[in-house]
Design a protein around this ligand. Structure first.
Ligand code: ZN
Length: 116
């Protein structure tokens, strides 16, 4: 059972949509990080700590977002290479339902569970 061409195209357009959404968030997220930095020069000590906390969260969110972007890029590359939907461990086809839930999945359910 392989992913049909139609399914691959469907996942590709989903991945492209995910990517453009993340890129948009990346732009607004970067802006938020800058705003926090500016605020630090004119707020008191307590709210500066709040601001630093908010910035740390914003940095963490940005880090996860960039990680997710990398995963999406890799998934798009696999679609181009024609091996999208194959498990990187055992080479079996990843169940379409699993890709539906997470289009960047690189392992079949059995291999993912074995790693946990
Ligand atoms: Zn596997």
């Amino acid at each position: 059972m392989e992913l049909s061409e139609k399914n691959q195209q469907r996942f590709k357009s989903r991945l492209l949509k995910l990517r453009s959404g993340l890129l948009r968030a990346e732009e607004t997220g970067e802006q938020a990080e800058e705003v926090v930095e500016l605020d630090q020069t004119r707020v008191g000590r307590l709210s500066r700590m709040d601001a630093m906390q908010a910035q740390a969260m914003s940095v963490e969110t940005g880090r996860r977002r960039r990680q997710h972007l990398v995963e999406i890029e890799k998934a798009l590359e696999r679609i181009e290479a024609g091996n999208y939907g194959e498990c990187l461990e055992c080479g079996e086809v990843i169940h379409p339902g699993r890709l539906e839930a997470n289009p960047t999945a690189t392992l079949c359910i059995a291999c993912a569970q074995a790693l946990e």
